[in-house]
Design a protein around this ligand. Structure first.
Ligand code: FE
Ligand code: FE
Ligand code: ZN
Length: 282
């Protein structure tokens, strides 16, 4: 077994190569970043030299695939036509820009249907994805499992499966499982991890699971809140994360921390996860 691909969310403000340097400085071997300012707005053009420097760093330092994150402001199933068109155009642009960094992932929140109902929400998401995805693109797009806050779509494995089944290009999609979100959605990743993975396999197929977001939760299971906590300080608890990094069905996946931390805190969590994977107890 090779080393775990673990990392955290990093700021893209200083460019791509700088993210690779920062990741290595905290012991990370993957990372996440926003493809543009999370509050929307125009995307900076990617400097191909900067991207090539990062690609070289990832290759020589043995990084796993990166997991770029679409801004939270995209909503493919808003009731407002302009919001939907913006999300479609912006995702298409993000994927075009990621072509200079091939072989990575791009994950996004399926959307919030805002009183239109999940049926209509799913139909809009599918229509959008069929426009956005292009056969032969260098990036795999991942749907994120959601906590079910408000009218979020993707609150259950079944809803995610309906999105994939409803897209003509559904075979191109994968899933990013967020531990805080699935816990808040009601899945018991603390005391019944194997059963949750069996259910995932049954409903979606484990071959679709491409990345993990490792977050503890501030709230009890099934709360539909989506408030991340540092590992071991929330209701999921450290021993659940030890089981996750040791799990033969999960340990090969890129694992991204989105815990409320600074870089020092992330370095500490990455070190802890690596030691738990080696059999140390939390
Ligand atoms: Fe997310
Ligand atoms: Fe997440
Ligand atoms: Zn979240």
């Amino acid at each position: 077994m090779h080393e775990l691909a673990i990392g955290c969310h990093l700021s893209a403000a200083k460019g791509y190569a700088a993210m690779g340097q920062t990741a290595s400085s905290i012991g990370a071997t993957t990372f996440a970043f926003f493809t543009r300012n999370p509050r929307g707005g125009n995307a900076k053009a990617i400097d191909p030299v900067d991207a090539a420097r990062l690609a070289e760093h990832l290759r020589t330092q043995g990084f796993g695939p990166l997991v770029a994150h679409a801004p939270y402001t995209y909503n493919l199933c808003s009731a407002k036509q302009d919001v939907v068109s913006f999300a479609r155009r912006a995702m298409r642009e993000d994927l075009e820009r990621l072509e200079c960094l091939p072989g990575n992932y791009y994950n996004f929140h399926p959307g919030s249907h805002v009183q239109q109902g999940s049926e209509r929400g799913i139909a809009l998401i599918c229509e959008g994805l069929d426009q956005i995805l292009e056969r032969g693109q260098a990036t795999v797009v991942l749907l994120e499992t959601m906590a079910g806050k408000g009218s979020e779509v993707g609150r259950s494995f079944e809803e995610l499966a309906r999105i994939i089944e409803g897209c003509d290009k559904g075979d191109m999609l994968g899933i990013c499982l967020d531990t805080c979100h699935v816990w808040d959605a009601g899945y018991d990743v603390r005391d019944d991890l194997e059963n949750v993975l069996d259910t995932f396999d049954h409903v979606l197929g484990l071959e679709r699971l491409k990345a993990l977001h490792l977050n503890d939760s501030k709230n009890p299971r099934g709360s539909h809140k989506d408030r991340h906590e540092c590992l071991g300080k929330g209701s999921i608890g450290a021993s659940a994360f030890a089981s996750i990094v040791r799990n033969r069905r999960l340990r090969e996946l890129p694992m991204i921390l989105e815990t409320p931390n600074d870089l020092k805190g992330y370095a500490h969590e990455i070190r802890a996860l690596r030691s738990w994977a080696q059999g140390e107890e939390p």
